[in-house]
Design a protein around this ligand. Structure first.
Ligand code: HEM
Length: 408
């Protein structure tokens, strides 16, 4: 293995190769040393894994503990986005994304029934309706508008609120608090305060649901006496956050990518049957939930390197999904591609629980948007779009768009 690239000091985050491509330092590293040592901002050493095969192995191997990872949430590390200690983090009740078996198994099992493909299919009609309503509202506005505010964020927020039984009217409270976890540069105290506010709000909500269950997923879970109120709160927190931040960013960054690749968008408009495959390709190409942390519970051989016990291991799903050893012309968006096997929903025991729901939302969302707004285009130059390089889930902060005519 050649070792011609320097060991990264911190995680390369600068999107110097363009808004959709991995940082060029990450690409260089993957070509030269797909399992590489790295130095964290606090000076301790860890490992950065960027090659497809190695990333997949990490995600599949439970000797790489998730207790270092607060997953897509990255609850407060003192150094932005980076763990400081090399000890496993304390567990938060219910937050099973950062648990290992058997705790993870016990909690995930209680939710799998609620997230089956069949259950999600039953929700499809309601999701299509939510998308249509949002598009109707958008069509009544005078462009230019911000697509994030008017479409990409409301759709998944409405869907997850309805599914869980969280009043949509409370969204400002949980959205402003949740974006504080997702921000890398927020002070620890502020993250803790936002976390406290969110846990307080959800704790009250699940307590009410336990006392007076309704027709929603949190009520179903609250009926189960095997779950404590603290666990219910943690589960609600995880689902609410994971359920809207990720999908919202896929909808907005995905639209940006389609507008920048007009021939691909035109093909999708002409043949909606391409949509399911196109959604997988957009997932692969954009990998908005990119960086995940693991913790080596013993010495582990990986890609010709030995990862010592106690190491923090960082994987880049975006780098893996752009690995030319796995996908031909990986940096090209191609809606005809078979992107099966991409890792954008993770892999192994923590593979995304909400993936079917997310797929339904994205298919309905992109399909509706392309059909209703055939002349949709960016309202500002592409290089002025504000990228979420400061957030744990990548995407755009705003997407100003315009159109000449909306279809009825
Ligand atoms: C886990 C991505 C949508 C709920 C994950 C993981 C990834 C991911 C990469 C693996 C984390 C790990 O291994 O540490 C995404 C993306 C989405 C999306 C890109 C949208 C496009 C959703 C939705 C929900 C959801 C809509 C819920 C309604 C979860 C949960 C886990 C998870 C609960 C933890 C599973 C476990 O630890 O067993 N997601 N997700 N996600 N996701 Fe998603």
């Amino acid at each position: 293995m050649t070792q011609t690239v320097p060991v990264p000091q911190g995680l390369p985050m600068d999107r110097d190769a363009g808004p959709f491509d991995p940082p060029s330092d990450i690409t260089r590293l993957r070509e030269a040393r797909p399992v590489s040592p790295m130095v964290f901002p606090d000076g301790h050493e860890g490992w950065l894994v960027t090659g497809y095969d190695a990333v997949r192995k990490v995600m599949a191997d439970t000797r790489f503990s998730s207790r270092q990872d607060i997953g897509i949430i990255h609850v407060p590390y003192p150094t932005p986005g980076m763990p400081e200690q090399t000890e496993p983090s304390p567990q938060m009740p219910g937050l099973f994304i950062s648990m290992d078996p058997p705790d993870h198994t016990r909690l995930r099992r209680m939710l799998t029934g609620a997230f089956t493909v069949k259950r999600m299919k039953q929700l499809e009609e309601g999701i299509v309706e939510i998308v249509q309503r949002q598009l109707d509202e958008m069509a009544r506005l005078t462009p230019p508008i911000d697509l994030v505010k008017e479409f990409a964020l409301p759709v998944p927020s409405l869907v997850i609120c309805e599914l869980l039984g969280v009043p949509y009217a409370d969204r400002e409270t949980f959205q402003s608090n949740s974006s504080k976890f997702m921000e890398k540069d927020v002070k620890l105290e502020d993250k803790m305060a936002a976390f406290g506010a969110m846990v307080g709000y959800l704790g009250e909500l699940v307590t009410r649901k336990r006392a007076e269950p309704d027709e929603d997923m949190l009520s179903d879970l609250a009926r189960n006496d095997d779950l404590t109120v603290e666990e219910l709160t943690g589960i609600a927190f995880l689902l609410l956050l994971a359920g809207h931040e990720t999908t919202a960013n896929m909808l907005s960054l995905g639209t940006f990518a389609l507008l920048e690749n007009p021939s691909q968008a035109a093909e999708l408009r002409a043949d909606p049957d391409l949509m399911p495959g196109a959604v997988e390709e957009l997932m692969r190409y954009l990998s908005v939930a990119d960086i995940f942390f693991r913790y080596a519970t013993e010495d582990i051989e990986l890609g010709g390197e030995t990862i010592p016990e106690g190491s923090t291991v960082v994987v880049s799903l975006l780098a893996a999904n752009r690995d030319p050893q796995r996908f031909e012309n990986p940096d090209t968006l191609d809606v005809h591609r078979t992107a099966r096997g991409h890792l954008a929903f993770g892999h192994g025991i923590h593979q995304c629980l909400g993936q079917q729901l997310a797929r339904i939302e994205m298919r309905a969302g992109f399909e509706g948007l392309l059909r209703r707004f055939p002349t949709l285009k960016l309202a500002i130059p592409a290089d002025e779009v504000k990228l979420r390089t400061d957030m744990n889930i990548y995407g755009v902060h705003e997407l100003p768009v315009t159109w000449t005519e909306a279809a009825g």
